[in-house]
Design a binder for this molecule. Sequence first.
Ligand code: SAM
Length: 312
Amino acid sequence: MGSSFHTPVMLKEAVDFLNCRSGGIILDGTVGGGGHACEILKRTDPDGILVGIDLDDDALHESRRKLKPFSERVFLTQGNFADMKTILSSLNIKAVDGILLDLGVSSHQLETTTRGFSFSSDAPLDMRMDQRSGFSAYDLVNTTPERELEKIIRDYGEEFRARKIVSALSKQRKLAPIRTTRELAEIVIRAMPHPVKRRRIHPATKTFQALRIAVNDELANLHTSLNDGIDLLRKSGRFSVISFHSLEDRIVKNVFRSWEKGCICPPDFPICACNRKKKLTVITKKPITPGEAEINSNPRARSARLRTAERV
Ligand SMILES: C[S@@+](CC[C@H](N)C(=O)[O-])C[C@H]1O[C@@H](n2cnc3c(N)ncnc32)[C@H](O)[C@@H]1O
């Protein structure tokens, strides 16, 4: 591990938007290699607290190493950010001043061949962010009923060729289980028409994204953590989320907007029946994206979008 573990995306922008101050308590729900966390700790000097959560044991090892100079102000937990309420309560923390979620996978996860997140090397089909979980991409690909698998690939990968892909996967898995990332990628490539095979983007990109989202239940976790996180924020506390594809970004945008609006009753209702009150002001009316210089030095930043909201 070490310095190449992960380069934090939109480091300055994401931390600026959190309005860090001395003594503040910030929750980093995706602490990863500790890049954003380190900057947060500097900006909450001398007595701010950082609670870091990550599903991945490797990430916790790395962030523990990186954040050592601040160890008295850091609490790291292996867990799911969807459980942030319970995790904070176990630390006796009732409210926080800021929350950061930097979604998706780290460079370390993508580049560790044995983790099976990438089609660029051959590895067992795994894709679990939490190495303790009992359900991997192998189980998903080999045991999910065809219709369900098709829906996963269509909805989470926004892949309109899902039917063809699943039909090829299904034929293959009847003969023998699909075991590796390369086997899977080759089946997907064979199911594609010729022009797609020649494109710059690998034809299996969308299928791999879909399977990763499903294996880790990423969208449901995001939903839960947004709604719970908003309630954990103190007045004027900030919630920042960096997302990497349109499905995540849409969820962040819609949840933030719905709590900015408060009442969700149909406009023809004479009085409010939902009793939802405004909880947020959205700070970033449009998502913040990385500048050209950042994209040139870190191509993985290309699809990043940052949204921030403030608790009222
Ligand atoms: C893009 S990386 C974060 C990098 C980090 N901000 C840094 O500066 O190094 C995303 C991290 O989120 C973690 N992760 C993804 N989903 C999670 C979840 N539901 N709960 C906790 N951690 C999660 C992944 O394991 C990964 O380490």
